[in-house]
Design a protein around this ligand. Structure first.
Ligand code: C2E
Ligand code: CA
Ligand code: CA
Ligand code: CA
Length: 278
């Protein structure tokens, strides 16, 4: 390659080298975490606003790091995506999610569970046939498992992504469009993709007050979603006033700190009892 000119020494940036070193270290850490099964799922309750009952959960990954404690996804998912490790992690989490559904089923609980899927997993990292095989192996109904995607997922290869979505949907799995309202061309995607549910992004819900722009936007998203025959989940519900407004606007489901933070599986039953009593 051609040199960038006489002063190529400017590329010796000790800060950059350090960052690269840190990244390599983190990547090594991620690989060993996969081998050692350090990733777990936490579960955040989702409430049916019509029946006022708990109807399921969103699964959110956590890293139980041997020295750093509980590590949140925002600090490792981006690197896992960049390195492709998110594919292997995703398959492991699918397994955990299926086991959780089985456990609820065995307790006579008819809960749904949604799992976040990154663009890197689609279409080849999470083959529809694999999903079907898992559902069969665990005898769970595909309709109880939802895959949360964002519009970004579709930007790589529209044809292939659409093929994946259609296949997954035809197998009976649910498709949720996550962070709705934050991307671009949201509306045209809705026409194109087999989506069951819209998740209203928490940034809108958080700033909802009577008469605010966010209030108007959330109302419009709910009305539009409903008229397209979609279910609506509002995320980031932190206040009683959010809940009241959402109910008035005809939102079907809600999740957020108002009900509960994401909790480990062993705490979910206790939270479920408390949430239902709210
Ligand atoms: P997300 O899918 O939009 O998930 C919602 C995030 O909002 C979660 O953060 C959740 O803990 C948080 N949250 C829930 N209720 C409230 C609330 O009332 N107020 C506020 N301010 N926040 C609330 P978390 O668990 O840190 O996850 C961050 C992101 O990491 C997720 O955003 C998702 O994009 C990604 N992620 C999580 N688990 C997975 C996974 O298994 N696979 C992949 N590929 N990505 C994941
Ligand atoms: Ca999500
Ligand atoms: Ca979201
Ligand atoms: Ca997100």
């Amino acid at each position: 390659a051609k040199s960038a000119g006489g002063d190529s020494h400017v590329f010796f940036n000790p800060l950059l080298t350090e960052a690269a070193e840190q990244r390599r270290h983190m990547e090594r850490d991620l690989r060993s975490a996969i081998r050692n099964h350090e990733f777990v799922l936490f579960y955040q309750p989702v409430i049916d606003l019509v029946t006022q009952r708990l109807c399921g959960a969103e699964a959110l990954i956590r890293w139980r790091h041997p020295t750093r404690g509980l590590v949140m996804p925002d600090s490792f998912i981006p690197l896992a995506e960049k390195t492709g490790l998110v594919v292997e992690m995703g398959l492991m989490m699918l397994d955990v999610a299926c086991q959780q559904l089985v456990s609820w089923q065995n307790q006579g609980l008819d809960y749904s569970l949604s799992l976040n899927v990154s663009g890197r997993q689609i279409p080849d990292g999470l083959p529809p046939a694999k999903l079907q095989e898992m559902a069969r192996r665990y005898s769970i109904s595909p309709s109880k498992l939802a895959l949360e995607i964002t519009e970004g997922v579709m930007l790589h290869d529209i044809e292939k992504s659409l093929g994946w979505l259609n296949a997954v949907h035809e197998l009976g799995f649910k498709v949720y469009l996550d962070d709705f309202g934050t991307g671009y061309s949201s509306l045209s995607y809705l026409k194109l993709f087999p989506v069951d549910t819209l998740k209203v992004d928490k940034s809108f819900v958080r700033d909802m007050q009577d008469g605010s722009n966010e209030h108007t936007l959330v109302g419009a998203i709910i009305a539009m979603g409903r008229s397209l025959g979609l279910d609506i989940v509002a995320e980031g519900v932190e206040l009683q006033s959010h809940l009241t407004a959402l109910q008035r606007m005809g939102c079907h489901y809600a999740q957020g700190y108002y009900f509960s933070r994401p909790v480990p599986a062993e705490e979910f039953d206790a939270v479920a009892t408390r949430v239902t009593a709210l």
